[in-house]
Ligand binder design. Structure first.
Ligand code: ADP
Ligand code: MG
Length: 311
């Protein structure tokens, strides 16, 4: 395309909330064969909500929630934020029913415990120390890698959560599995329509996620994607991009998280969700400022039209 055509397209994009970082990406977007979508925060709203919190140890429910929320208090992950909100609500109502506590501030997080050595483990969860004891909050992989035993009745509980298209988060404290949380994250309202639209444009949608297989399959089915890769590490997401590129096809990646940035960089066209993390935005060629998946189509369509016009 001519520099003028690129400038015009960039302007039209910006007006529609699609920031295009370069003419090369704009040209490549017209030939995209596959669009890979991250699940959490990209296809889903990223507004996760805790639906269940089951304590498997003898621990008091409030103490359990305080521990888990404290461990997640430094996390930027949607799942971490959901857990923090759930615990805050619990403590708010607990304070309300405590008549001795006259003035109550529902925004209060003063019940959070101090922690040390916080570590976010992409694709796994979080780890830190509270009261000198290690706490782990995350998936089965995190538990397995730390040698935590997950008993059969606990595993069954997690499977039930996952079959319901929710994510099961396990919690271990001082090497014991103490509870499980079920977290729901609804699809973006436009997700299914956009997937259908892409298929009509001759593009193959793919879903890639660090989440477990059962949840991934349930979500993919809901949104109309048949090509699913689950339990994928951040580096693995970039491998998925490269494997689809092998036949010479152009691949776009749409993502929002730190864990998506290697894949965004590896893709022929990386598209970051505007509401996503800075690292994802930096790694991408396009930024979808409205965070709407419709703009994946806007972006491809804009590229196709721009390049047709100059022919
Ligand atoms: P996605 O690829 O769908 O965006 P992620 O790679 O961010 O998902 O996360 C994959 C899995 O890692 C989550 O489903 C969850 O099991 C676990 N996980 C990641 N971050 C956290 C966290 N802060 N707290 C608990 N679990 C987490
Ligand atoms: Mg994500």
């Amino acid at each position: 395309a001519t520099p003028t055509a690129i400038m015009v397209a960039t302007g039209v994009g910006a007006k529609n909330g699609v920031l295009i970082k370069g003419g090369d990406a704009l040209e490549r977007a017209q030939k995209i064969k596959y669009v890979i979508f991250d699940k959490t925060g990209t296809l889903t709203q990223g507004k996760a909500t805790v639906t269940t919190a089951k304590v498997f140890s003898g621990m008091d429910r409030g103490d359990f929630l305080t521990l888990v929320a404290s461990a997640e208090s430094s996390s930027e992950h949607p799942l971490g934020k959901a857990i923090l909100e759930y615990a805050r609500h619990f403590h708010f109502f607990e304070d309300l029913s405590d008549t001795k506590n006259g003035h109550n501030n529902n925004k209060s997080f003063e019940w959070l415990l101090e922690l040390t050595d916080f570590c976010a483990l992409p694709g796994h969860g979080v780890q830190c120390f509270i009261d000198g004891k290690k706490i782990l909050v995350g998936n089965r992989k995190l538990m397995a890698e730390n040698g935590i035993t997950v008993e059969e009745h606990v595993e069954k509980f997690v499977v039930d959560v996952e079959e319901n298209a929710e994510t099961g988060i396990l919690v271990a404290y001082d090497d014991d599995l103490i509870g499980v949380m079920g977290i729901a994250d609804p699809l973006k309202r436009e997700a299914a329509v956009v997937i259908e639209g892409l298929k009509k444009m001759g593009i193959i949608p793919v879903m890639v996620t660090g989440d477990n297989w059962r949840t991934a399959q349930a979500v993919a089915k809901e949104v109309g994607i048949t090509d699913v890769k689950a339990e994928v590490t951040p580096a693995g997401k970039a491998d998925v991009v490269r494997s689809l590129q092998k036949g010479g096809s152009l691949v776009a990646m749409v993502g929002d998280g730190i864990n998506d940035s290697p894949a965004l960089a590896a893709a022929d066209v990386g598209m970051a969700i505007g509401a996503g993390t800075d690292i994802a935005i930096e790694a991408a060629d396009y930024v979808l400022m409205r965070s709407s998946l419709e703009d994946v189509i806007t972006a491809i369509d804009l590229s196709r039209k721009t390049l047709q016009r100059i022919r």
